[in-house]
Design a protein around this ligand. Structure first.
Ligand code: HEC
Length: 142
């Protein structure tokens, strides 16, 4: 039994080393992570600007169009409905970051390159897309 365990450990180490080598080789491919399937509605002009700003800065963690990646959660998600995470949560997260609390991706660092005007546009993009995917205001109960 002991020997079998040892063999497994060794095998695991080889697998891990292999994964690192492979990981290095595919780093050029954008992380797909856990991107969820969503519908993108016909966006308002402001939301289109928000989508561009979002995909420029936030998508590297939150995934393309806020569908999530292996570095951050999807924002087109019921947790982020306006009753649980109002618009103020977006301004605050961008300005000061957000400590890990809902997920296990680690902390979100402040996004100092993003202006408040861009945050307002990003919020329009998120809200319009949330609504198109059946995510509406729900009062938050603890
Ligand atoms: C370096 C990765 C990273 C980047 C870049 C990033 N985020 Fe985040 N963000 C996270 C993680 C991880 C969480 C989840 C924290 C938790 O709840 O565990 C999060 C959470 C949030 C939240 C929820 C905050 C709360 O009150 O719970 C909002 C809103 C948000 N991000 C918006 C944005 C926007 C907008 C951008 C781009 C301007 C952005 N994020 C860029 C990683 C990132």
């Amino acid at each position: 039994m002991h020997n079998i365990l040892k063999t497994y450990k060794w095998f695991g180490a080889v697998l891990l080393a292999g994964a690192f080598v492979l990981g290095g080789a595919v780093l050029v491919v954008p992380a797909q992570g856990q991107g969820i399937n969503i519908k993108i509605p016909k966006l308002s002009p402001v939301a289109i600007k928000g989508q561009i700003a979002f995909n420029r800065t936030c998508a590297k963690c939150h995934g393309l169009n806020a569908t999530g990646s292996d570095k951050g959660p999807p924002l087109i998600h019921d947790i982020y409905n306006p009753g649980h995470h109002g618009d103020i949560a977006f301004y605050r997260a961008v300005k000061s970051g957000s400590p890990q609390h809902h997920w296990r991706f680690g902390n979100m660092p402040p996004q100092t390159s993003v202006t408040e005007e861009d945050v307002a546009r990003i919020i329009r993009f998120i809200r319009e897309t949330q609504e198109a995917n059946g995510i509406f205001y729900r009062q938050h109960k603890m």
